[in-house]
Design a protein around this ligand. Sequence first.
Ligand code: HSE
Length: 405
Amino acid sequence: MKVAVMGYGTVGSGVVEVIEAHKKSITKHTDGEMLEVSHILDLRDFENDPHKDLFTKDFNDILNDGEVKVVAEAMGGVNPAYDFTMKLLKAGKSVVTSNKELVAQKGLELLNTAKENGVNYLFEASVGGGIPIIRPMDQCLAANNILGIAGILNGTTNFILTKMIEEDTAFDEALKIAQDKGYAEKDPTADIEGFDACRKVCILASLAFGKHVYPNQVETEGITKITLEDVSYIASAGGVIKLLGQIKYISDDEIAAFVGPAVVFHPSQLASVNGVFNAILVRGDAVGDVCFYGQGAGKSATASAVVADMVDAAKHTERRKIFGWEDGNENYVVDYKDTIKMPFYVRAKCTESKAKALFDEVKFLTRKGQPSDEIAFITDVMTENELMKKLEGIELIAKIKVTDY
Ligand code: HSE
C-alpha cells in the first residue's frame, strides 16, 4: 500500500526510517501488505537524503494520488496541518498524526470529518510519544469509569526537574543542558510554560470522558518559578516536584483539568519517573491505578507510535475504527481552585506559631541554610482558593500543589 509522510523533521524522518527498517514485522500485522512511502512533503531541500526522489513541495501530489490511502502528518502546528488533514480525510484517505497541538485544538472536527468520510484519524503519538496510551484508554480500559488521570507528559521539563532534584542544578543551567542535548527547542516556551503538557491533557480528557476539552479551558502553570530551595524542602519530606497534568472526574457534566508543578511523594510510581521519560497514571473504578511509562519524545520512540497507527489505518481501509468524542461546553471544565481539595506545600516569611494557628494540621519542612525568618510546610486538605484566603497578609514565597497519586 502506498503511504505518504508530511513533514520531514525529527518525527517524519523517523517514520520513514522505521517503515524501512521494520518491513518484515510490519507485514506480519498487515496480512503481508507492505507500506511503501511514495511521497514525502516538505518545503525544505534534502539534496543528500537517500529518499530525495520521494520529496515534493506540492501537497496536491499526495491529495491527488488515488493510490495513497494512508498519510502520516508530522508537520506540527495547526496551520497548514489542519487544512491538509481536512482535505485528505474528505478525499477518503486516513490520516495519522503526532501533532498534539492540532488534535487538542481541532480534534473534534477532524474526527467528525473522518467519520463522515468512512476513514480514520488516529493520534497515538500525540500523547506520551512512544508510550501506548490512546488505544489502551479507548479499548483496554473501556469497562471502567475513569476517576482521574495524572501524567508527567513533557520530557523536557522532567529532564530539567530531574537535574534540579538529583544534581542540585539551578533551573537556568538545567534548561541550557536540555537545549544542548536537543530535548528543548531553542524557544522552549511551550515546554517550560506547560503548554505542551496542556495540549496532551486536553487529548486525554477528551478521550477519557467523551467531550472535547480545549487548551484555553485548562489552567496551566509551568516550572520557571521552581527553585532549588523548594526542591530541598520537599526532599526533606521524601517528595519530588514534577510537572503534572491532572484530570479529575466530578460528574458526567463536569471535570477539572489543570497543569502545574506538583509535589509527588515516594513511593508513588510518578515520583521515580526521571529524565526525559513520561508516565501516565490512569485511575479506573474497576481496574484501580494503571501506569503507562516510557519515552515520551524522541525520533524513533514517537515514530514507533506513528507507524503503528499507519499499520492500523492500513488494516482498516474498509472499516472505520469507532473512535471519537462529542463537543463539550463552556462550563464543562470547572475552576479547580474552587472545587478540588488537596494539601499544599507553602514557603513563606512567617513564624511557625502563626502557621499552626492558620491551619488545622501543618507538617514543617527543613533545608540546609534555611533563614531564621522563613518556614516551609505541608498543609491539610483544602481548595486553592481556601488556601489563598488563609494566607492573606502573609509574605508567600512559594506554593505548590500536593498530589494524591
Ligand atoms: N517537547 C516535547 C517534550 C516533545 O519534551 O516532551 C514531545 O511532545
